[in-house]
Design a binder for this molecule. Structure first.
Ligand code: HPA
Length: 247
């Protein structure tokens, strides 16, 4: 069975209980991945881990080499990915500290290398992306959270912006009219590239702030870090429970 891969986002650079077996080469035909893929064991289950923004956290969302990251995980044998993302909340049910398992995506990014199928093709390739997230992985995450009694909103449209700046209040209002529930900067092209490689993909998102204009206050990095520090424990617990084989 192929191991599940975890892509750690802001705030998640390691998983508690992770015992490293080996660190793999970070070079791919698409360039170097943000960090080397690390193969290890969590509670007796093999898992692969990659830090999306590098170690230390130094690669901004628009500079991440998503193609190399996905290719690295694929080369390491992963066929399913749980991505962890910090997001801003737009939907009133999705305020700071809430865990969200989105079921749809709208891509507002631009200028990112977003496909493996650009050059040297015998024929043009279009992959289906009607349902970006794997229902199988989503179900595993939902039942793991339920077993632990951790609250999780199991739906939501993830709007992916270019960053690294945060959005204007008007941009967030437009996204709300589009049906976006949470806003982040890293779901795309990551999810699209996973689909191009035929990999199962799900996102476990932690809301770390109200999106721009949703409250009177301006968004500060201090508030984001505070929620990240507190919320990662829940994320790690849900991940560990999800990885456990079900007998
Ligand atoms: N917008 C975009 N990305 C984010 C936000 C936000 O408000 N919070 C965390 N990542």
């Amino acid at each position: 069975m192929s191991p599940i891969a975890i892509i750690g986002g802001s705030g998640l650079y390691a998983i508690e209980g992770f015992e490293r077996i080996e660190t793999l080469d970070d070079s791919t035909c698409w360039g170097t991945s943000s960090s080397p893929v690390v193969r290890g064991m969590v509670d007796g289950v093999e898992v692969l881990f990659l830090a999306r923004h590098g170690i230390p956290h130094s690669i901004p969302p628009h500079k991440v080499n998503y193609r190399a990251n996905l290719q690295s995980l694929y080369n390491a044998g992963a066929r399913s990915i749980i991505a962890v993302n910090a997001v801003g909340g737009i939907n009133t049910k999705m305020g700071p500290e809430v865990l969200v398992l989105p079921d749809q995506i709208i891509d507002y990014t631009w200028g990112r290398e977003h496909t493996f199928f650009a050059e040297g093709l015998d024929e043009v390739v279009h992959v289906d992306f009607s349902y970006p997230y794997s229902e199988g992985l989503r179900k595993r995450l939902i039942s793991a959270a339920n077993r632990l009694g951790v609250g999780l909103v199991d739906f939501g449209v993830y709007g992916c912006t270019q960053g690294p700046r945060l959005e204007s209040a008007a941009e967030v209002s437009r996204m709300e009219r589009d049906g976006v529930d949470v806003v982040g900067m890293t779901a795309m092209p990551e999810a699209g590239l996973a689909r191009e490689l035929g990999m199962e993909y799900a996102t476990l998102a932690l809301v770390v702030n109200w999106a721009a204009g949703r409250t009177e206050a301006l968004i500060t990095m201090d508030e984001i870090h505070e929620v990240l520090d507190g919320g990662m424990l829940n994320i790690i617990n849900v991940l560990r429970e999800t990885l456990k084989p079900i007998y």
